[in-house]
Write a protein that binds this ligand. Structure first.
Ligand code: ADP
Length: 948
């Protein structure tokens, strides 16, 4: 082993021993400062394995460059015989950093010559560390203290956090760039980062936390420390590494800042420009700062919360104050005995009383005289019972009016339970009282209206049970009010209307409006009535269903009227239908005879000289004309009967004569169809009080119908008999019969059995109607019977017999005798502006052997009558010049015309026509076209051979 002290130096042995035994690193340097020797301890400290490695090297070369000036200064010091001293760091030869306290002294020879230097370096690394640690701890505690002070004194948060951040950076000797981010709503916002580049801060401000959002975003998300020693390679930084690296940031270690309850308030991140993982000491130091930051933030939050609470309180108070002002409440206090001893500005303001007036019991004077006694008693009762005082009374307002108030006083108890004072308030309730009064009045009005209403009113509870009914509703249903209360409306509703009623109520509950329902109620007596009911829901203040009110109108009468109307309309339609059909039939029936008549005329024109042909054609024309006349007469009769203008010329009539005439009138029809007619007459003579002409018409119609509605060679029977006080005439046939459904309306006007072959038989459907009317006019009845279609029919006429049953029958009807046979030639004037009518009548008369003159206007007619003085004059009424009436009047004004029989010819045989004709001086009145028989009768009468 090398000796530490070189032999060249004359170092005494003791020195040599000292050198070797020094615990420090002792070195001998030559005058140039090269290393000559190093003691063994020194080699250990400097981790020199082989002294030869360093021997001869300049001592200075073992030091880091920055220490050189210090070394040179120390050597210089020693050269001057003094002690050179410095403290510096120098790593061992193996690179372990160390701190040294270095002392350099000169080595002098015996002659005092400087021979070299002795350098003793003491390893003070541990000491230095200690100092360093203390220094850092101081930085941290200073920062903590400063930050807390700032926080308490209300410094801006960024400044407080900045203090902590700067401390962390100082602690790391500026190796770290520290930032605090604050957590809010899942995002991180800038808190303090004085050393980070502004652009970087701006780029991450507001970043959302998440499971892999750099170090801070992730730390905040998981609420735990995140260490990223190399941003370039860590997947947590995948999205942000470009950003960080571009700002020279390489590692980032972030810790959550937690509130005392563990919630994440923010993060504190330590960046470095190199790859780095925090040492335990760093972790410990930063943890301190993080805790401080947590305290600061928590404190801040607490302050903010307190502020918010205070603000809310302040607002509440403000609200309360405005509320008190707005309610114009009167607040007062009294002593324990109930005496006013303290001023109440609000009472004074309201009543206008002075304090002097109001104190003690003075306040009573401000009350309405009528309310004073009751109020005082109530107050005294409360005082005695120590219970809340609550009373309504009127107070005279400063403006002189009395206002209703409600007063409420409560006892305030002292700690020992005795009453200390009373505190009370009066509220002006005048408006409420007025509203109550109005409500009451309106309720009364409403009740009056309801009870007197002409419509039914019923109110139900939520279960449809009746809670109110008015008189009208009770009347409608036949129950008393007591019987209806509590009953479900559904129970008084007809079964058929229940479902509809329930659904209407359901709609009302759902909020339906204007709900109208037409329904049937069942009355107490079981009968049903129709009603319309309009239903509205009743709702409470909260909008909940409280029942329903229904306004009910009895519709029974209206329903009946509707029903009646419907029936009438149906009847009208039916009548209208029959009338239309009738008109078609009428047109047809009137046109039918015209064709043969027109043909007949043509035949007469062509073969007028041939007496056989002429006779045949005349017969045919005669038939057609009488058919038409018959039709028209029926029609006119119907019209006359309808307007009540038929008068019966009743006489005692023997039925046999009537029957004979009727049979005669129908013989032509019977013969044409080759029917056999069976006549069964009662043996006794049956006399009725009747118009014989009308009775012949009745039986003639029945017989003609029997002939018409019976196929050829049928059997028709006419029987006349007696049943008690009635004569019974039955006409039966074995013809087409009548279906049962047609029987009820058979006698109605214009009725013809549908699809009945009779239609082709011609007819207007008025014959039977005429029969019934005429029979009824005679006080009789007529009925039809038929076993069914194809089985024949029987028509039975019943007529009351005369009481005497006297025979008084002419053997021949007076109007049936042909006049030509018995009369003499008469002079006759015929006047009609219808030339054909005039000429044809004149021709008929001439043929019968009379002498005629024809006029076509009133003047001619007058002239002819006055000139010729005829036995008879047939005068049309509607003539040019003078009307028939005027002509008659003028004739009658001429003396000597009395023997001339004047006969009026009119279109209508109405009574007033006849009356007018009589007044004008006419002797007779005939309806056009006048029946030849009637004319004959008149001629005969004039001729004096037949007396009417
Ligand atoms: P019409 O002019 O059609 O004959 P009526 O009033 O005389 O009118 O008769 C009414 C209807 O009654 C006829 O159209 C026919 O259908 C039916 N009728 C009348 N008499 C008979 C009868 N004897 N047999 C069958 N049907 C008859």
């Amino acid at each position: 082993m090398d000796t530490a002290v070189p032999a060249a130096l004359n170092v005494p042995l003791t020195a040599d021993l000292l050198f070797e035994s020094s615990p420090d690193c002792a070195k001998v340097l030559d005058l140039q400062g090269n290393l000559l020797a190093m003691n063994r301890n020194g080699q250990c400290l400097m981790e020199v394995d082989d002294l030869n490695q360093v021997r001869g090297l300049p001592w200075m070369s073992l030091w880091p460059g920055e220490s050189r000036s210090q070394i040179e200064a120390a050597l210089e010091q020693a050269r001057r015989g003094q002690l050179g001293h410095f403290v510096a760091s120098c790593p061992t030869v193996k690179g372990v950093p160390k701190f040294w306290d270095v002392r350099v002294t000169p080595i002098q020879g015996a002659d005092g010559q400087l021979e070299g230097f002795l350098s003793v370096s003491r390893d003070i690394t541990a000491l230095q560390e200690l100092l360093r640690t203390r220094e850092r701890a101081e930085i941290l505690s200073e920062a903590q203290k400063a930050a807390m002070e700032q926080a308490v004194s209300g410094a801006p948060l960024e400044q407080v956090l900045g203090t902590l951040v700067r401390a962390a950076e100082a602690y790391s000797q500026e190796a770290m760039l520290v930032s605090v981010l604050l957590a809010r709503d899942g995002h991180l916002w800038h808190g303090a980062a004085p050393s980070l580049p502004q652009a970087y801060i701006a780029a991450i401000d507001g970043i959302a936390t998440g499971p892999s959002v750099g170090s801070c975003g992730t730390a905040a998300h998981f609420n735990k420390e995140v260490i990223v020693s190399d941003i370039a390679s860590d997947p947590l930084w995948a999205d942000y590494k470009e950003l960080a690296l571009s700002h020279g940031l390489r590692s980032c270690w972030s810790q959550p800042i937690r509130s005392p309850r563990g919630a994440v308030l923010g993060t504190l991140a330590c960046y470095r420009r190199e790859v780095h993982a925090p040492t335990p000491a760093e972790k410990e130091a930063v943890a301190l700062l993080v805790n401080t930051a947590a305290l600061v933030l928590d404190h801040r939050r607490e302050i903010e919360e307190r502020k918010a609470t205070q603000e809310a309180l302040r607002r509440n108070e403000q609200r309360f104050r405005s509320f008190v002002t707005a309610t114009s409440q009167i607040i007062w206090t009294t002593d324990a005995q109930g005496l006013v001893v303290e001023d109440s500005p609000s009472w004074r303001a309201f009543t206008g009383q002075t304090y002097e007036e109001w104190k003690d019991h003075g306040w009573l004077q401000a009350l309405h005289p009528e309310d004073r006694q009751a109020t005082l008693s109530a107050w005294q009762a409360s005082l005695t019972a120590r219970e809340v005082f609550e009373v309504e009374y009127r107070v005279r307002h400063a403006d002189g009016s009395y206002r209703w108030t409600t007063a409420r006083g409560v006892p305030v108890l002292a700690e020992d339970g005795s009453i200390r004072e009373w505190v009370g308030a009066n509220t002006d309730i005048t408006e409420r009282k007025r509203a109550e009064r109005e409500l009451h009045a309106s309720r009364e009005r409403f009740q009056k209206i309801v009870s007197q209403a002409a419509t039914g009113v019923v109110q139900t509870d939520p279960n449809h049970r009746i809670v109110l009914v008015n008189r009208r509703f009770c009347e409608m249903l036949g129950y008393s009010e007591a019987e209806l209360l509590g009953v479900s409306v559904l129970d008084i509703t007809a079964e058929t209307s229940r479902a509809r009623t329930a659904s209407t109520i359901a709609q009302a509950i759902e909020g339906g409006l204007n709900l109208m329902i037409e329904k049937q109620y069942r009355r107490k007596d079981g009968s049903l009535i129709w009603a319309t009911s309009s239903v509205s829901a009743l709702r409470g203040a909260a909008g909940d269903y409280e029942g329903a009110v229904a306004i009910v109108i009895d519709m029974t009468e209206r329903k009946q009227a509707e029903e009646e109307l419907r029936r009438l309309a149906a009847n009208l339609t039916e009548a209208n239908h029959r009338k239309t059909e009738f008109l078609a039939t009428l047109a047809h029936e009137l046109r039918n005879p015209l064709a043969p008549i027109r043909n007949g005329l043509e035949v007469l024109r062509l073969a007028g000289d041939n007496p056989d042909t002429a006779a045949k054609v005349r017969d045919m024309m005669q038939r057609q004309v009488s058919h038409m006349v018959h039709l028209i007469e029926d029609l006119l009769d119907v019209a006359r009967i309808n307007s009540g203008k038929v008068e019966l010329r009743k006489e005692k009539v023997e039925l046999r004569a009537v029957v004979t005439n009727a049979v005669e009138s129908s013989l032509a029809a019977m013969d044409a169809a080759h029917h056999s007619l069976d006549l069964r007459m009662a043996d006794e003579s049956l006399v009725v009080d009747a118009d014989p002409v009308r009775l012949v018409q009745v039986l003639g119609n029945l017989l003609t119908n029997a002939a018409k509605y019976t196929p050829e060679r049928g059997r028709i029977e006419l029987s006349v008999g007696r049943e008690g006080q009635h004569a019974v005439i039955a006409v039966s046939d074995n013809g087409i019969g009548i279906p049962p459904q047609a029987l009820p309306t058979l006698f109605d006007m214009f009725t013809q059995v549908p699809n009945n072959a009779g239609r082709s038989q011609g007819g207007l459907g008025i014959g039977l109607s005429l029969v019934r009317r005429l029979v009824e006019m005679h006080g009789g009845t007529v009925a039809a019977a038929s076993p069914g279609e194809g089985k024949g029919s029987t028509f039975t006429v019943r007529l009351p017999l005369t009481e005497q049953q006297q025979l008084h029958a002419p053997t021949k009807p007076k109007w049936a005798e042909p006049v030509g046979k018995v009369g003499a030639a008469l002079k006759v004037v015929v006047a009609d502006d219808n030339t054909d009518a005039a000429e044809s009548l004149s021709t008929v008369l001439e043929l019968s052997g009379h002498e005629t003159w024809v006029a076509h206007d009133g003047h001619d007619a007058l002239r002819l009558v006055l000139e010729r003085r005829p036995d008879l004059a047939f005068l049309d009424i509607g003539m040019p010049g003078l009307t028939g009436y005027e002509v008659a009047r003028l004739i009658r004004q001429t003396p000597g015309t009395e023997s001339t029989v004047l006969v009026a010819l009119t279109g209508w045989g109405a009574d007033h026509d006849q009356e007018q004709a009589r007044k004008a001086g006419f002797n007779h009145h005939l309806t056009k076209p006048a029946d030849i028989a009637a004319i004959d009768a008149l001629l005969a009468a004039r001729a004096g051979t037949y007396h009417a």
